[in-house]
Design a protein around this ligand. Sequence first.
Ligand code: FMN
Length: 123
Amino acid sequence: MIAFASRTGNVRYIVSKLSLPAVEINDQSEISEPFLLFTYTDGLGAVPPHVRQFMDKNGANCYGVVVSGNSNFGSQNFGRAGEIISTEWSIPLVRKLEVRGFPEDYAAIQHYYEQYVRREQTA
Ligand SMILES: Cc1cc2nc3c(=O)[nH]c(=O)nc-3n(C[C@H](O)[C@H](O)[C@H](O)COP(=O)(O)O)c2cc1C
């Protein structure tokens, strides 16, 4: 499962390229199976508040984070939400994408999903 947050549509677009089961998160979301988190980066590298809330509730089932950002915000802040989540929840930062990313990003994410997320579902 993919759980994603998207404010202006870029992450939604990325997810649409993967052909994997996906759900958009909200304040109420609960996911009881292994999932990969997709998020955007908010002001000055921040984790969007509802993503943090979601992870506080569901982080135990999260097997990695994929982040979208924009390098125009500077190298310190580019995609930093993904680094913060990776550190705080001790999960891999699978990929950092520039805005909507590129085909090689989608391929790498699909590979990780098959290796580390789908396998857990069938374990
Ligand atoms: C108000 C605002 C602040 C942002 N701050 C950052 C930032 O600090 N670092 C970064 O890498 N991207 C930042 N971004 C860029 C978004 O993370 C990026 O455009 C992302 O693709 C948005 O995903 P979404 O369209 O799914 O919401 C910011 C965008 C907005 C609108």
